[in-house]
Design a protein around this ligand. Sequence first.
Ligand code: ADP
Length: 226
Amino acid sequence: MNSILDLKEVGKIYKSGSRSLTVLQDINFSVNPGSTLAIVGPSGSGKTTLLGLCAGLDRSSSGTVELHGTRLNDLNEDQLASARNQYIGFIFQNFQLLPTLTALENVMVPLELRGEKNIKSRALDLLDKVGLAERGHHYPTQLSGGEQQRVSLARAFSNNPAILFADEPTGNLDAETSEKVVKLLFDLNKEAGTTLVLVTHDLELAAKTQRIIRIKGGRIVSDQHT
Ligand code: ADP
């Protein structure tokens, strides 16, 4: 099976002035399309950095990241942005909705960027899918954390991503709300075959995925199928 994500000898060094910090080293793994994976490890071990490299939000210092058949290392900034628009979804712990736009407008942004038609009704359908059709006119500050995360899921689903990256998607949510968000993620995996790559502290959530990669000090220390 061709993998959807393939990392070879990936390393990341952050440089600031004369100082440099090695955050990831010797990272090798590949991910089957349609599968689910959790990346776990202590705070500061490099999980968010790794997710960002996989999703084309940042660049590796060494090695190669191949996503959806494309070597991200070879792409310029515009091409990376276009890849993110076309087949990558990303959700963040702090939701990252645009505060000056309503829920509906937040979901419309990526549709507009891709020059799609009927974006308002498509965005409404997406909000409906996450149970928020009635809240489209609300601004992010008028929504609870769980509702904001569901809006960000609707936004991330808008391009039918081949792969969805989620950084601590339930980190700011209570148990009941987390359950709703987790169900939406796994429904997307089952119904649309979207590959899920999650970074999480929540071992119960990690155990719901098919595979757990544990990192410590910037290196993979275990890679297990659940
Ligand atoms: P985790 O997600 O596991 O908590 P991170 O990937 O956020 O780990 O961070 C790993 C290390 O990289 C930490 O020591 C952090 O301080 C450092 N780091 C993260 N982002 C940057 C950055 N943009 N510049 C410099 N250092 C960074």
